[in-house]
Design a protein around this ligand. Sequence first.
Ligand SMILES: Cc1ncc(COP(=O)(O)O)c(C=O)c1O
Length: 314
Amino acid sequence: MQESDFIWMNGKLCRWDDAKVHILTHALNYGTGVFEGIRSFEMQNNRSAIFRLKEHVARFFDSAKIYMMEIPYAPAEVAEAIKETVSVNNLPECYIRPIAYYSYGEMGVNPLPNKVAVAISCWPWESYLGKDKVTSGVRCQVSSWRRVNPSIMPPQAKCIANYANCSLAKIEAFKAGYDEAIMLNLDNMVTEATAENIFRIKDGILSTPPASDGALRGITRDTVIQLAKDFGIEFRRNSISREELYTADELFLTGTAAGVTPVREVDGRMIGTGNWPITRKLVEAYSDVTHGRNSKYSEWLEPLWEKPVIQSAS
Ligand SMILES: Cc1ncc(COP(=O)(O)O)c(C=O)c1O
């Protein structure tokens, strides 16, 4: 990974190399932490802005609440700390990773006796599935691993432990030569990919699985739904079966890390004609919105501090 200069840890900025935790940190041993993935983008005026910061911070607090984790800061303080961290690192575009976790103190499965620690990191990270894949599309495999069922682990909480489930699917796909895995739920319906939501287009109708099927309420997903409505594209939130993936005219994945990325193949079946006109429209519209080229959605862009403040860094 490409390192940056500073990481925010529990209210203070520290040097990247000094952002360390104890080996017996509760979250490291039991997966008891929650996180967000956010991005900042460069605008036309050479300033940068964080995309949908408010929504990401709200989801961060919701994830913590599910695990009875009291984040020792108010949402507005976390939002300010995120802006501070990105500003001091002076990166025009970056990926941002806030994490809250049960820290060091008591071992054992009950996390509650441990203090909750919070850290915010950011670093330059190009499109997660590969910049070229935004044009060429990714090859996906339907995983033999099912997405965690809400009765086992709540998928709406971005909990570190959930990603062990995603990692199993990702490893399987990667070893079989695919770019990404798509996971079904226990009822054989499509949920999402390992770090992205999925959309299907058939006969001009756009659809995506509902959260009740196990899909995360993705912020990019919500963005794309709003953009599709602006284009007058008919949209439905409905269950998608495995075979409906194969017979789609177009499929694409959405996520903060991956952006909007077309799917070219699922389990060896080519998707549509390889042309994907609606997907291309949405890829472009998403790029316009995130880079401040669509004034309708300027309130989604949180401008960064103009002059970085670095005196609190040790
Ligand atoms: C499992 C999973 N699904 C979907 C997404 C996409 O969500 P968002 O668009 O909010 O980044 C993510 C990324 O956070 C994810 O981890």
